[in-house]
Design a protein around this ligand. Structure first.
Ligand code: FE2
Length: 280
């Protein structure tokens, strides 16, 4: 077992769980280098897709949709000049890399195959956990954008529902560099939104399903964690991270996992028509 009975109970009650000291500094350094290599090879002149969350997700394009089976880099809004040029070096301009790092990059593939992940997810009740998507998130110093309150089930639709977020702190995450915020117990509240894609038009849209306010009865708490920690969270857990106005980056690596035999909605933006399931 990777999790104790107390951990499992806590996850069920609170909807999330932070575990410190899962990975060593050398393992986190390996992820940082692998991400830096991907950014090095990225042609920022060929792809100017920005990832931001303050536009009701209207900025998703083919480069984004095609990243479900690829390794694509998305820019920070604050890294672009008014004429569309980069206002800083490329390595400090990327918002995130996604979404098939586990399939396409040897370092990330090896890391995702670490037995801790499969063990932890089986402890939470999964029988055959599969990784649907992975992201390397930079939260760059000075410009790393806010990620608005949301629930991941809005973006990863399955029947029955059952996605778990696995968030690895590659670097220390603090209240000043944009750590996660969660609402203990709020995973029991309804799903507020759903993002679906009309594939004929190749256009996504965010619909409101429930108007329960984001800042309601359950207070939000910051989840600061040192590098090497893992935060696990329920698919309906509302979560948020602030802008990073500090001078320190806040790199994180995330996986979203589901049960292999769920029915994956054709309306999801994330489709994997050619890649085999990535079993943990
Ligand atoms: Fe999220």
């Amino acid at each position: 077992m990777a999790l104790s009975d107390t951990d499992i109970e806590r996850f069920r009650e609170q909807g999330f769980l932070a575990i410190e000291g899962v990975f060593r500094p050398s393992q986190m350094a390996a992820l940082r280098s692998a991400a830096a290599e991907i950014v090095d090879a990225f042609d920022a002149d060929a792809h100017r897709t920005v990832f931001r969350t303050d536009d009701r997700d209207t900025g998703r394009d083919d480069y984004f949709f095609d990243s479900s089976e690829a390794v694509h880099c998305f820019l920070e809004a604050g890294a672009l000049d008014t004429d569309g040029g980069l206002n800083r070096e490329k390595s400090l301009a990327i918002n995130k890399i996604g979404h098939a790092l586990h399939d396409r990059d040897a370092t990330f593939r090896t890391f995702c195959s670490h037995p801790w992940f499969g063990a932890a997810l089986r402890d939470l009740g999964y029988v055959a956990p599969v990784v649907m998507q992975t992201m390397y998130i930079f939260k760059q110093p000075g410009i790393g954008g806010e990620v608005r309150w949301h629930q991941d089930a809005s973006y990863l639709i399955s029947a029955p529902p059952g996605v778990t977020g696995v968030w690895v702190a590659v670097e220390d995450a603090t209240e000043t560099n944009g750590c996660l915020w969660m609402q203990p117990g709020a995973h029991r509240l309804p799903l507020r939104e759903r993002y679906t894609v009309d594939w004929r038009a190749r256009e996504g849209g965010l619909e409101t399903l429930d108007d329960t306010p984001w800042q309601g009865s359950e207070p939000a708490v910051p989840v600061p964690v040192p590098a090497g920690s893992v935060v696990l969270f329920h698919e309906r857990m509302p979560h948020y991270s602030s802008e990073n106005r500090s001078q320190r980056s806040r790199h994180a690596f995330t996986m979203h996992v589901t049960e292999q035999l769920v029915e994956w909605s054709a309306l999801n933006w994330l489709q994997r028509p050619t890649l085999p399931p990535f079993r943990l």
